[in-house]
Structure formats: C-alpha cells, structure tokens
Design a protein around this ligand. Sequence first.
Ligand code: G6P
Length: 469
Amino acid sequence: MAKRTTNPNKTDGGLVVIANRMPVRRTAKNKPGEWETSPGGLVTALSPMLRERGGGWVGWDGAAGRKAVPPFLHENIRIRPVSLSAKEFDTFYAGFANKTLWPLYHDSIREPQFHRRWWWPYHRVNERFADAAAQVAGKDDLVWVHDYQLQLVPGMLRERRPETRIGFFLHIPFPPEELFAKIPWRTPILEAMLGADVVGFQTRLAAQNFSRAARRFTDARGSDRLLRFAGRRVVVDAFPISIDVNLYEGMARDPEIAVEAERFRASMNGRRIILCVDRLDYTKGIDIRLRAFEELLSRGRYTAEDCVLIQIAVPTRESVDDYAELRDDVERLVGRINGTHSVKQHVPVHYIYGGLPTRDLIARYCAADVMMVTPFRDGMNLVAKEYCMTRIRQDGVLVLSEFAGAALELKQALLVNPFDVDGIASAMEDALEMTHAEQRKRMTTLRRTVRARSVHDWADGFISRLRES
Ligand code: G6P
C-alpha cells in the first residue's frame, strides 16, 4: 500500500496516468462539478489500482475553448484536467492526432496530412500535459503515459523529472518503418518516446517496427527488445491489452440480460443474427463488410428472411471530414442494400447510429449467432474479446480480420482478409452454416484464451516491468 503525501495535489508511491481522455465524464444532467466514471476499457483496467494505491490522472476535460476545470478528487483518484482552446482542438486533436498520426499509423488507409501548423500545437499541448504530470507525480510515483496523442510527453517529462519512472503504451498499431519515415517530425517523436523506461505496444510486430525506426532515425542502439538511448536503457515490448473478463462473463449470466437477449432475438422473428459493433471509423472496414453482406444476399442462398445484419455504429470524431464522409457512404450503402434486398416486411440491415448502454450491448452479443469484426487495421480490437466472454453457452461464431491485433491470439476465429468482399461473404456463409459441434470447439478455445489474460493482468504486467526497469 502506498503512502499518501500531505500535499493534496500530489500523490506518492502510486500511479499517475497521463491519457488524452479523463477517467470521468460529466453526468447526463451536465451540472458543473458532477462527474461519473467513464465506461472505457483503460479506466476499468486502471481504476482499481488507482483507488487502492492512490494515484492521479491527467487528461483533457473533453471540451474545447471552455474555462479550465480545477483539479478534483474522484473515488480516491486525483484528477488533473487539461483544457484545450478551440484552436488546439482543431490542430492538436482533429489535426495532428487524427488527420496525421491516426491514418498513418493505420497503414495510411486515408492519406495522412502533414502540416507544421498542426505539429506545433501538438508539441505545445504535449508540453502542457508534461507540466501537469510533473506537478501531480510525487517522487516515488510511476507515471504511465498513453497513446498517440501524447507521444512527446515521456521525453518532456524526462527533462523536467530525470529520476521518474516513466512508461508509455501505444494503443494503436505502430507502422512499418517506411510509412513512419514520412513524418517530417519523425526524429523528435521517436526521441520523445525514448524518454520512457518501458515503451509498450499491442503486438511484437509494432514493437519491432518502433525499435527499427528508433535505430534508424535516432542515436538509439541495441536490440528490438532493449535499446540504449541518452545513457539510459529503454525496454521495448508487446503487452496485448484485454477486457475485464469477469465483468463480461458475469453480465452474460445476469438473468435480466438473458431476458433482454431473448426479447431481442424474438424481435428478429427467428432470423439468424449477424452483429457488427464499431466506432464509425474508416479503419473498421464497415463499408467493405456491408458490401460483403450485399454479395451474400446476391448469391441467393440467404435472403432477408433468413438473416439480418445489425450494424451498431458508435459516433466518433464527427468534426473530422473523413468521418463525416464515411458516415454518408455507410448510410448510402445501407439504403441501397435495404432497397434492393428487403423481402416482405424483412429489412436485411438494421443500422443504429449511436452507442448502446453496456447491458444492452451485452444482450446483443448474447443474442448474436455471428459476430463480424473486420477492421482494415486495428491495434487490438476488444469487441472481439467481449463477444467471446459473453458466449457462456460456448456457441456463436467470431469472424475476425487478420489485421486486428486480436487475430494473433484468437486463432480459432474465422480469419478473413478485410479487403476481400468475396472472401468475407464466404466467411459469413461458413459462419451461418457451422455445425454446433464446430462452434463449440472453437468457442471453448477462444474463451479459454481470452480468460487467461484479463485487462488487470495487462495493467499489472506493464506496471511490474516498469517497476523492474
Ligand atoms: C482509440 C484510441 C484512443 C481514443 C479512442 C476514442 O481507441 O486508441 O486513444 O481515446 O479511440 O477516440 P477519441 O478521439 O474519441 O478519444
């Protein structure tokens, strides 16, 4: 158990998390000062540790151009909000983070844009996070920086606090050297990431890509797993993230959720349910997947009377044009498929633009015969793991993209190339036709794999490597 310091703005011996998003959000009533815990995976993973050991969390307060929110305490976590001006929202967040880094790190699925007028705000906002981190973290605290929005923080914090133990984890893929090389600021980004003692990625491949880029574009030397930089050792490794397995399994066993799942199944009039749940992001392969479903219906073996595809599309980054365009494309496609393939009163695609409360989402997982997770590129993809943990009867079929980090672990899924319309259509047919025995065989192994490593193991694994460093 960590000791707590007397300074209310500092923690000591605990953990300080630096992430773009705070672990809390304003309550629906949106009254000033009223916050509730956010539902995100990172929060679930780290909150128990933070509550138990005491700690802090530095994050953007989620608004743009509003007055800064002062630090506050939430369930034993010291929250230190960072504010963004409207201009910084456009340049740091929508610009450099989401129009430069996000597409580039996802195989350049959209053309990344490189603008100095975005780089400098990215630099400045990272500095603000590093300043806040230096204020919040006590001498003995571990600092854990998260994700592509804050890649410069480790190096900036190292300058301010040379002795602090700093970890960095990238939740999204790290691209191959030849893609990363395009960034005009590639060297300062790598040098800043090397300010951490442990640099973690979702997969070995991402870790290797990083180490190679670091050796090529900085003075770092060493192996793929251990670099030396500026007189320090930097551990580089894969720490595949997971979900709270007990939470998902427990909810699937909740009788009320089982009733909701049955009600939902009944509302589909005995049709087989193909479920898709994604943030409405162009990396998720939603458009190709819909085309594949259209192909399946065109082949004629299945009609809208036999099966229904449910697409839950969670709104995200709506201020970025590529996302607005994707929404138009997807909705046009849904209209076309429903226009062409509806049979009697049956509409083949049910499209929901919006998030669902967790309990309703789990009821949908429990009801779905087939889960389609087909991103073009994804750091991990937790929907795939969530689906497996809710399949308490060991049935259901997961169709999964080869290009999701999760595919390295979930080998008993039906793996598909997310760009291959015909291949995905065939995988949908295979999934709909899979025998019960085969489903059971695959799902039992999938569930065992997911259960073996919960998100708490992920957090503990990273933190212990950081402590050892
Ligand atoms: C991905 C990123 C996270 C990000 C999340 C939601 O999972 O890795 O860092 O927070 O998407 O995106 P948003 O832009 O809404 O924070």
